[in-house]
Design a protein around this ligand. Structure first.
Ligand code: MF3
Ligand code: CO
Length: 268
């Protein structure tokens, strides 16, 4: 499949992305104390069928020998970086850092996005912060690193400029930037070329961004080191040192002048 999407394909992708963003906003707002991960997944499944879309993660395998992903929504809590499982159910607790990652097939095209929410933060019913300052800063800075990444995107830029922008923003602040997982092309499949590291990777092939490329940009950041490991469930990726992690993701289309959001931010 060509990496460049046509204007008609981009129109459908944006239609799906707008729906997906509304779904993620609702799921995000549902993350209050006592709600279970299974309830969040069930909400996602209901909204998928109402929208006429299907969850792109459900049944997905990273490689043929890997187990199929069992949910419609990845819920990754605290030291879980990505690909956390909604089942068995876990009840959300005050101060939990909850990554919500969701992807949808819609009219033959797929979009991908994620956000991180702190349970019980002001604006969600509480007046006092529910998490330590460094955790709140981690979440805000991870989101901002994605903004910085988007700022360098335009036709003619290099894929490597994206990782450099994330690294330049986060490294001086002392965070760990996860290296084992990367952003990616998206649209005809859950994961397409190119791979998009969130750090400087001199060994990566040099790929130039072109108008019409559709990319999922997704920095994964920790309060500790960059190292991660897989849990015995063969899906959940956790920080190796047990530190808290955050993850934000949007799908964008590259344009001559910059980019267009395919999945609008769910939290503004
Ligand atoms: N957004 C995630 C990613 O790009 C989720 C896909 S993997 C899944 O890695 F299996 F959990 F679906
Ligand atoms: Co992704």
């Amino acid at each position: 499949m060509p990496l460049i999407k046509t204007p008609e394909e981009i129109k459908v992708l944006k239609e799906g992305g707008a729906i997906l963003s509304r779904m993620l906003r609702e799921i995000r707002e549902t993350c209050v104390v006592g709600v279970t991960t299974e309830e969040l997944d069930a909400l996602a499944r209901r909204r998928f069928s109402e929208a006429g879309g299907t969850p792109s993660f459900l049944g997905y395998r990273i490689s043929p020998k890997d187990p199929a992903y069992p949910g419609a929504l990845c819920v990754s809590i605290n030291d879980e970086v990505v690909h956390g499982l909604a089942v068995p159910p876990r009840a959300l607790e005050e101060g939990d850092v909850v990554g919500l990652d969701i992807g949808m097939w819609y009219k033959g095209f797929c979009t991908d996005m994620a956000t991180t929410v702190i349970v019980g933060e002001p604006g969600t019913g509480n007046r006092e912060p529910s998490a330590p300052e460094e955790v709140r800063r981690l979440v805000a800075d991870t989101r901002e690193s994605l903004v910085r990444a988007l700022d360098v995107i335009h036709a003619g830029a290099w894929v490597g400029d994206i990782g450099a922008a994330v690294e330049d923003y986060l490294k001086p602040k002392g965070y760990g930037i996860v290296k084992d997982l990367v952003g990616h092309g998206v649209g005809h499949a859950v994961h397409e070329e190119p791979s998009i590291p969130n750090y400087r990777e001199p060994r990566a092939p040099k790929v130039r961004l072109e108008t019409g490329m559709v990319l999922a940009i997704e920095p994964m950041v920790t309060l500790g080191t960059w190292k991660v490991k897989m849990k015995p469930d063969e899906w959940t990726i956790v920080t190796a040192d047990g530190s808290t992690a955050a993850h934000f993701e949007v799908t964008v289309v590259v344009t001559d002048a910059g980019y267009d959001l395919v999945t609008p931010w769910p939290d503004v």
